[in-house]
Write a protein that binds this ligand. Structure first.
Ligand code: G4P
Length: 282
């Protein structure tokens, strides 16, 4: 299965982001805490230039907290400030404000030395589709403020949202396209549902996901679907079909339906907290 394409409209999105970054002091980069490596687009490093960066491991409520801690240590060892978040929770202003101010402390200090009255820090949010950009922005404002969709064509003129007296946030997030540097990245993105399922071979994706669970979270297969000591992936699919009552006319297990339900269970958090990637030291 080959998952790799780059939609033409992303060229426009990239240009827009380049313009927006010029207006900002800091870029808040949202990554999916379950796949921080695969949800990152290294192009952002070029786009950011010498601007400051804050990483948010979003959807941390769905990730394995022990693995998330490893990611936090990994980024901190590189001197990058990182926060873990569930962006659906409102009123996390203090936490975000403190982190942004820490990242921008040199600018704040410089302004102070020059006798410039404290100007609010200007921040923008960036990340791949579905990582939670709108949810993050909306957590500081009313529900409708940051609805831009993932189509760069429908973005409105820039507006600033005052999230605290010290920080203004651009209401339009920067949309990055994931970087399909290897097949595993494509798979990780499809596991979490960031790639349109219509173009995927769902049984193949589910097969890879089952192999991952077998190796890393075998207790989940046992607890959720009562599957123990089964090694063969297809046999596990059959057992999931039986556990989920996915049966075709004639009594045969409906493997395709079972695969879709398994991935749905994962994506909706019913399988519990799962991380798909650990940091690789480079
Ligand atoms: P985007 O702007 O980056 O494209 O992402 P968006 O905010 O639209 O969020 C995509 C989905 O992820 C939404 O769910 C949203 O509720 C969910 N989400 C965002 N942040 C978090 C988080 O920190 N934790 C969890 N568990 N979920 C998060 P949806 O089902 O597509 O929409 P909805 O039914 O929630 O409105």
């Amino acid at each position: 299965m080959d998952i790799n394409w780059y939609p033409g409209h992303m060229t426009g999105a990239r240009r827009k982001m380049q313009e927006d970054i010029k207006l900002c002091d800091v870029v808040i980069e949202l990554l999916d805490a379950r796949i921080p490596g695969s949800s990152k687009n290294p192009d952002l490093d070029d786009l950011i230039g010498n601007k400051k960066r804050l990483i948010i491991l979003n959807k941390a409520d769905m990730a394995d907290s022990a693995v998330t801690e490893k990611w936090v240590n990994y980024y901190e060892s590189k001197g990058i400030k990182v926060l873990t978040m569930d962006s659906r929770v409102r009123k996390q202003t203090l936490k975000v404000t403190a982190a942004v101010k820490e990242v921008c402390k040199e600018k704040i200090e410089r302004d102070r030395r020059r006798g410039i009255a404290a100007r609010p820090i200007k921040a923008m949010v960036a990340g791949i589709p579905n990582v939670g950009k709108s949810t993050f922005i909306n957590s500081f404002v009313g529900k409708t403020s940051a609805k831009t969709g993932n189509k760069p064509g429908v973005t409105r003129g820039n507006q600033w949202i005052r999230i605290s007296k010290d920080i203004n946030l651009l209401d339009t997030p920067g949309i990055l396209w994931p970087k399909f540097d290897n097949q595993q990245i494509g798979l990780n993105l499809s596991f979490i549902g960031s790639i349109n399922d219509n173009i995927l071979e769902m049984t193949e994706v589910a097969g890879e996901f089952i192999s991952f669970l077998k190796d890393n979270y075998c207790n989940i297969l046992a607890e959720r679907y009562m599957i123990k000591d089964v090694d063969d992936v297809f046999q596990i699919m059959e057992e999931i079909a039986i556990a989920k009552k996915c049966v075709k006319k004639g009594g045969e297990p409906d493997i395709e339906k079972a695969c879709i339900l398994l991935l749905d269970d994962f994506r909706s958090g019913k399988l519990g907290r799962i991380s798909l990637e650990t940091p690789q030291e480079d």
